[in-house]
Structures are given as C-alpha cells and as structure tokens.
Design a protein around this ligand. Structure first.
Ligand SMILES: Cc1ncc(COP(=O)(O)O)c(C=O)c1O
Length: 402
C-alpha cells in the first residue's frame, strides 16, 4: 500500500508551509505530535459514542504518549492495555477512566498487581479463564472472553489477521463447546473480538454476522460486547453512518454495552517524523538519500506491514523529475523507507517530514545500532512546540545492563 503526497490529511496541519519554517529549530530525528489532529479525531470518536451509546477506549499499543492523555480523556471512556505496564499507565495517566486489558496469556506472578489497575479483564482461552477468572471476579472485576468468529475480512495480511487458520487469538465456537460448561460461561460478563486492521464498517458488518452465527445464543446473557480495534473511523471516507447503525443494532439486539478500542483511529495522521538528509549516494542509477531517521528503528511498521509512509512535498518516484530511495543510517541493507519523487534534487541537510507517524512508532521504536531514540514534541494548534522527552545515551545504555 502506498500513501502519497502532501495534500493528504497527514499534512493538513502544516498548511503548505515549508518544513524549515515549522520544525527548523528541532534537533532531528524527532517525532512531533499534532494536538489539533488528535482533537479532531477525538471529536469524531466522541460523536460516534454520543450517537450510539458505545464507549470508546484508546488501544495504548498504538499510541501511548501519555502527556496527551488529558486531551484524549475529553473524548474517550478510557484505555485498553495489552498487559500489566500498559494497564498501569492507563490507570495512572487517565485516572478515573476505564481500564480494559486483553493479553493472549496472563502470568501468575503479575495477576494480582494487574487487578489493581484493570477493571475489565479479557481472557484469550477457556484454560486462562479457568485459571484466573474467579480471582478476577472475586476482586470485583468484569470478566470477558475473547472469541474468534473465524471470519477473515482482509486478504494477504495473515500477520494482521486474528482469524487466519491456526490463529492463537480467541476461542472458536468449537473450543467454546468443547471446553466451557454453563458454570464457566456464567462467570462471563462480556465477550470481546478483534479481527479488523485498518478497515471500514463493511468489514465490521460481515464480522458481526459471523459473531451472531457463532455466538448469538451467548450474547443476550452478556453485559458488554467489545468489538476491538482496526476500525479506521477517522480516515476520510470511512462509513461512519454504517458504523453507527451496526453499533446501535448490536446494542439493541443483544442488550449489551458496546465497546470499541481503536488505536490507529485515535491518533491517525496526528504525528510527524522530522528528519534530515545526511548523505546522497548513487549505485547503478539508483540515487539513495541516507537520512538520520531509520525505518528499522523509528518506523518499524514500514518494514513489518510493509508500507510506504507519506512524505511532505514528495510524490511517486515516477511522477516527479528527481527520484530518490530514502534509507536509514543503520547497518541493515533493508533499512529502506521507500522510493519517492521530488521536484528538485536533494542535498545534505535538507529536512524531510514523514506523515502519520504518531501510531505504532514512539511506542514501538528501538535503539538498534545504538541509534538514539528521537525526542518527542507536542505541537499546539497555534504551532507552539513543547519537547516531552530528553532521550540520550543513558536510555540506550540502561536497556543493556547495569
Ligand atoms: C486486542 C486489540 N485491540 C485493539 C487493537 C488496536 O487496533 P488498531 O490500532 O488497528 O485500531 C489491537 C491491535 O492489534 C488489538 O490486538
């Protein structure tokens, strides 16, 4: 998937200004989180919640820059965590709001502490429910089970498809029938499914049919139904009206409190990675600009998804006169961000700004090759920049030993 050009919403906040004018004072590479975009995403999500009665949580795996949690808490019901640390972060930094946790397998030595932070605990298997469910219930927590509706709605993306054959994620109907007695089902307050990735509401509609076919008998006994993440609600063109019909339909049919826990949709197009050109080399007709930002370290989804991130002022390599491959400074041959076209030649020192860099970046980066962690800044709607971090050698070293 290629996402291109500076007229996309990824760069709307820059208003066509030159990157140097906006970010010229910042040490690169660095991330900039755009408060205005976060707010617009929050407003849309809050309006969906208002129209449908659903509650929307921030999936912290996608975005966990907690300095922005007070802003997001104006729009969201709470946070979703993947384990102890995220649950603690959500409880500490969005105080008084809901904390839901789903983990493929909980640890015995962490579970009591987890119960201090999380109010909704979702189990991934019948065995985990049997092992920990009563402890959660006795502590007054709401207990859920992740189901696997066995309904793939995405092609060619098995790594992001929890319904792919052999998936470990969620209880299939066959496992439910085989492993759960009425007593265990009676312990459940809710069901959870997460099957989508960057998808529109039509994929949710298809999934809900599969959920009804597989688990429709169990749902009326539940208090809540969590429809996971992967809903690209804040992407331009997303069918919000259909989503709202589906959410109210589920609420009315099964009498459940509906939850959504998007990550991407909360912080979509709400961040930049600002970098500079360190060198330009040429090999067999390919001109390669080596940047101070790395795909492998600073935008790992570019390699894992893979995708080509939008770049301010650039276009497709074939569409503009000057084509360059942009690459990182690490030893990895494949530390390549993508091929882009530019209106003029690139020179050492030029600033390049990647878009949609708030999600799955700051919470997923690393210091491979001793690359420094890029500092993180927040940008107010007036354009004022505030540095949130002060990363340096100590952060690299602290992860490696005493
Ligand atoms: C259980 C669960 N919930 C929510 C999310 C957030 O998904 P997204 O960021 O695509 O909205 C994920 C992502 O993997 C997930 O696994």
């Amino acid at each position: 998937m290629a996402r291109w050009m500076d007229d996309r919403p990824a760069f709307a906040a820059l208003g066509g200004r030159a990157p140097e004018a906006v970010f010229g004072a910042l040490k690169t590479p660095c991330y900039v989180i755009d408060e205005g975009r976060l707010r617009r995403n929050g407003e849309l999500l809050a309006s969906v919640a208002g129209h449908t009665g659903c509650r929307i949580l921030l999936a912290q795996k996608a975005f966990s820059n907690y300095d922005l949690y007070p802003l997001l808490s104006e729009y969201l019901a709470g946070t979703e965590a993947s384990g102890l640390f995220e649950a603690r972060l959500g409880a500490e930094e969005m105080p008084g709001r809901e904390v839901h946790v789903f983990c493929a397998a909980y640890r015995d030595d962490e579970f009591d502490e987890l119960l201090q932070y999380a109010d909704h605990i979702v189990f991934n298997s019948a065995a985990q429910l049997k092992r920990f469910g009563r402890r959660a219930k006795d502590a007054g927590r709401s207990v859920g089970l992740r189901i696997n509706p066995e309904c793939s709605t995405q092609q060619g993306h098995a790594i992001y498809d929890p319904c792919a054959p052999g998936s470990r994620l969620g209880v299939t109907r066959a496992a439910w029938d085989r492993e759960l007695t009425a007593e265990w089902i009676g312990l459940l307050d809710g069901l959870h499914f997460h099957t989508l990735c960057e998808q529109d509401a039509d994929a949710l509609e298809k999934t809900l049919h599969a959920v009804e076919a597989g688990f429709g008998d169990a749902l009326p006994r539940m208090k809540w139904l969590n429809m996971g993440g992967g809903h690209h609600i804040t992407r331009p063109g997303y069918d919000v009206a259909l989503l709202e019909r589906l959410l109210t339909g589920a609420r009315d049919r099964w009498g459940v409190q509906v939850y959504l826990e998007p990550g991407e949709a909360v912080a979509l197009n709400a961040g930049y990675l600002v970098s500079r050109v360190l060198d330009v080399v040429e090999n067999g007709g390919t001109r390669v600009a080596i940047l101070d930002a790395s795909a492998a370290c600073h935008m790992p989804d570019v390699l894992e998804m893979p995708y080509t991130p939008p770049l301010y002022g650039a276009g497709e390599a074939s569409a503009l006169p000057h084509a360059y491959r942009l690459a990182g400074p690490t030893c990895l041959s494949g530390d390549v961000i993508g091929n882009y076209g530019f209106p003029g030649p690139l020179a050492v020192g030029d600033m390049l700004v990647f878009g949609d860099m708030a999600i799955y970046t700051t919470c997923k980066n690393n210091t491979f090759n001793g690359m420094p962690l890029p500092d993180i800044h927040r940008m107010s709607p007036s354009g004022a920049l505030v540095r949130l971090t002060d990363f340096g050698y100590r952060n690299f070293k602290a992860r490696l030993g005493r």
